[in-house]
Design a protein around this ligand. Structure first.
Ligand code: HEM
Length: 362
């Protein structure tokens, strides 16, 4: 598809699909022509355009710089060790349920300042918000939308009470920082504040879970590589970048065309919807040599798994750190590890995210 029609229009979905790396990069760079405002109201950073986008992004950017994030390494390591100690002793575990899922939830909960006991609720909510239509259960697109609206309401309600608590008793965390933030001398209104919390939860949890899961699956499929990574932790960062390229946790992004434009020889019209297929762009042979091969030392590796341009993932440094710490801790604590039954490992049913609901190992 990428070779034959790198940018194509799908009549049925009334959508442009961008499969190639060059087209994806152009679309994400040119935020004026390819807007992030998809018509659902611009309450989240992800759906904002400049100048509003920059104002809002700067509020939380401070907490996510590589320097701020690096300070969290010892705590992340402690959480990973605690999660793993009981599981490894038992001799069998599920990489997702026992490590890859709880770790990012606990980390972001602590950063925000919400109680970690509520993490099962978060999983339910964040899974529901990114779910696709469940055809097997006869679910319709409308039912899915209603379900998502209900879940978003529950989450807003929940965060509302956490924020109230912070108003009364400010702490040294992100929610307190959001409460103090000013945009053009105005504090954030309730909705902006809650949508920030929701965004950090939804944008950061399932994606990082899937990065850790996709990495472990890739290593388990290559036992010799796993041994190398176990013996030398300095190899992990480039291997993680290659996992981001090879099994991209976020598969697609949406944009809306603002003015008629030409992309890859195709005429796009104002108002058209565009889907950028990151996973496909990251396998583009014109950008990556042996694109379908996993090369753990690949360099350079200019994948766009975290997006590109002004919306480049705010949590990239955090996700990289969590993955590095989780994988290192797991490799050290479980000196022998193999997939329990590779035939049962099936990817999530989604066109938006790529990952595995369970990866059982012994
Ligand atoms: C944006 C991927 C982890 C917070 C994005 C975008 C991508 C992405 C592709 C660009 C969206 C667009 O252009 O429309 C990922 C992946 C992750 C990850 C693959 C893990 C492996 C995280 C984490 C956090 C986070 C841990 C925070 C806790 C955000 C935010 C944005 C964003 C706030 C919006 C930035 C903006 O609109 O300016 N992410 N993300 N992400 N990500 Fe991540």
């Amino acid at each position: 598809m990428r070779k034959v029609s790198p940018v194509r229009y799908d009549e049925e979905r009334q959508t442009w699909d961008v499969f190639c790396y060059e087209g994806a990069q152009k679309t994400l760079t040119d935020y004026k022509t390819f807007s992030s405002q998809m018509g659902g109201g611009e309450i989240s950073l992800l759906g904002m355009d400049p100048p509003k986008h920059k104002l809002y992004r700067s509020i939380v950017a401070q907490a996510f710089t590589p320097i701020s994030i690096e300070k969290m390494e010892p705590r992340i390591e402690q959480i990973a060790r605690e999660l793993l100690s009981a599981r490894v002793a038992r001799g069998e575990m599920d990489i997702i349920a026992d490590l890859a899922f709880p770790l990012p939830v606990i980390v972001i909960a602590e950063m925000l300042g919400v109680p970690a006991e509520d993490r099962e609720l978060f999983k339910k909510w964040s899974d529901a918000l990114v779910a696709d239509v469940d055809i097997a259960k006869g679910q319709t697109a409308m039912e899915l939308l209603e379900r998502k609206q209900k879940v978003a309401e529950d989450l807003y309600h929940y965060f509302g009470s956490v924020v109230e608590e912070h108003r009364k008793h400010p702490k040294d965390d992100l929610i307190s920082a959001l409460l103090q933030a000013r945009i053009e001398e105005q504090s954030l209104d309730e909705q902006a504040l809650l949508s920030f919390c929701l965004l950090l939860l939804v944008a950061g949890n399932e994606t990082t879970t899937n990065l850790i899961g996709n990495a472990m699956l890739t290593f388990l499929e290559r036992p010799q590589l796993m041994e190398k990574l176990r013996a030398d932790r300095s190899l992990l960062p480039t291997a993680i970048e290659e996992v981001l390229r090879f099994r991209s946790p976020v598969q697609s992004l949406s944009r809306r065309v603002t003015t008629d434009t030409v992309l890859n020889g195709q005429q796009l019209k104002a108002g058209d919807r565009v889907i950028i297929w990151l996973g496909s762009a990251n396998r583009d042979e014109r950008q990556f040599e042996n694109a379908d091969q996993f090369m753990y030392k690949r360099h350079p590796n200019r994948h766009i798994a975290f997006g590109h341009g002004i919306h480049f993932c705010l949590g990239a440094a955090l996700a990289r750190l969590e993955a590095r710490v989780a994988l290192h801790t797991l490799l050290q604590q479980a000196p022998t590890m193999a997939l329990r039954d590779s035939s049962t490992i099936q990817p999530l049913q989604s066109t938006f995210v790529y990952g595995y609901p369970a990866i059982p190992v012994t």
